[in-house]
Design a protein around this ligand. Structure first.
Ligand code: PMT
Length: 426
């Protein structure tokens, strides 16, 4: 007997997707949600609910494996539209065929996107309804991966993600943390609220605002070698800086990203230079700064490094060990002190006295702007998917509240573009 899934459209409401009993999509943001077969699929009714709450019309398309984790009926109930599951199902195709469905969408989001779905998309397969729709649509495609951390970090998955982002797909997540399989690491699907916020964020008003502007940006942590195997480091994941690189590129800037060691794919359209230590980051920046009009320092650069780094592995003979640290060059201050200085934006990571400390850095380092964030609190800052910023410039301030880092990066880019334009005209 054919199951509802095999027949291609979950039949409880209607055979035709655009039948009168479904939610009307007049004037609404039309989102095609592709659900693949991972444990995170149980969160998709919540994602649909949040999108619908914010005024979107959601059409769910499921892979065969997804139905093992969440029922089409649940997703139909929250979306108000029959769920589509199969390619070339006669009843479904009579209502809105797969090409019309691909054209209908304003945006496509794949959540959760399993390693298998990502691999099929990267290689252009069209072996079910969902992959066919992704090939047939001209709408922007967003991928919210969810999988075991080992699978996420496998070179095959990394290569597939790089292929997809280079082709213009947007990546949301994954987040890090405890996984359903009991392991710890990157691979958790972003929470539905964060995905909904990112999908429905206002279009970047800064799009084109930095057209052709050469931007040099630092991001991620640095590692200061103690010996051949150990280093002094910090908790920066690079998420904030990489999101900013993507938003700047989206606003038309020509972005060069000098990145410390971060487990993140290079954003689309961004040129990346990977470094390890503060000294290497300093040299990479100084070699390129003369060619940029805007410099942004989002990296968490180590202020100190071991005075000596041993070529071999340090032996543990004594009960205590003292490592002498010496100051690293302050890259941001050195750029801001140049006679031909670019428009210079710093970050400030503070655990207390955020505004006073950031104002002090703004003045002391001679910056045009500073984006200050609280670190060490329950939300935001290092490693988190969300963040909030207090942005200061001589004579002004703006608060950007807690939101996913990609949305925050878009808002910050808008503000930087405004201040950059004001400085160029004044
Ligand atoms: O990477 P994530 O996990 O997403 O976390 C994001 C973040 C918290 C790292 C980011 O938002 C942030 O705050 N980056 C700056 C961290 C930092 O080093 O702040 P600071 O207050 O110590 O330094 C002030 C500024 O001087 C920063 O712009 C820093 O890049 C720069 N600096 C510092 C020291 C140094 N030797 N050279 C520098 O350029």
């Amino acid at each position: 007997m054919a199951t509802a899934l095999q027949s291609g459209v979950f039949p409880a409401v209607s055979h035709a997707v655009n039948a009168a009993s479904t939610v009307s999509d007049d004037g609404m943001q039309k989102i095609l949600l592709g659900v693949s077969g991972g444990i995170a699929a149980y969160k998709t009714p919540e994602l649909v609910r949040r999108l619908v709450e914010r005024g979107a019309c959601v059409q769910v398309v499921m892979t065969a494996a997804a139905a093992a984790f969440v029922t089409p009926l649940s997703l139909q109930s929250v979306s108000g539209r029959p769920v589509r599951t199969a390619l070339l199902a006669p009843e479904a195709e009579a209502g809105m065929d797969h090409i019309a469905l691909a054209r209908w969408a304003d945006q496509v989001v794949l959540a959760p996107a399993t390693a298998h779905l990502i691999a099929r998309l990267a290689h252009g397969l069209a072996d079910d309804l969902l992959t066919t729709l992704v090939l047939a649509t001209s709408a922007p495609v967003t991928i919210a991966p969810a999988m075991n951390q080992q699978m996420w970090q496998h070179p095959a998955t990394m290569a597939n993600i790089a292929m997809l982002t280079e082709r213009g797909c947007r990546l949301l997540g994954p987040a890090s943390g405890e996984q359903a399989c009991g392991e710890q690491g990157p691979g958790r699907m972003l929470e539905p609220a964060a995905i909904a916020a990112a999908l429905l964020a206002p279009p970047p008003a800064a799009a084109g605002a930095l057209a052709g502007v050469p931007v040099l940006l630092t991001a991620g942590p640095t590692r200061e070698a103690i010996d051949a195997v150990r280093y002094v480091g910090n908790r920066s994941s690079g998420k904030m800086g990489y999101a900013l690189a993507a938003a700047l590129a989206g606003a038309g800037a020509r972005v060069t990203l000098v990145s410390g060691p971060a487990q993140l794919p290079c954003p689309t359209g961004v040129q990346r230079v990977v470094v390890e230590s503060a000294a290497e980051m300093h040299d990479a920046v100084m070699a390129r700064v003369a060619d940029c009009a805007l410099f942004i320092a989002a990296a968490a650069v180590a202020d100190y490094r071991p005075a000596q780094s041993l070529p071999g592995k340090l032996k543990k003979h004594a009960d205590t060990l003292t490592i002498q640290l010496v100051r690293n060059p302050d890259i941001l201050a050195e750029v801001a002190a140049r006679p031909d200085k670019p428009f210079t934006v710093g970050f400030a990571a503070e655990t207390e006295g955020l505004e006073a400390a950031a104002r002090d850095k703004l003045g002391r380092k001679g910056l045009d702007m500073i984006a200050a964030n609280e670190v060490g609190a329950a939300a935001g800052g290092f490693e988190a998917d969300d963040n909030a910023l207090l942005v200061l410039w001589p004579g002004g301030r703006r608060t950007l509240p807690m939101m996913p880092k990609p949305a925050l990066a878009t808002a910050l880019t808008q503000l930087i573009a405004e201040r950059y334009a004001a400085s160029a005209s004044g």
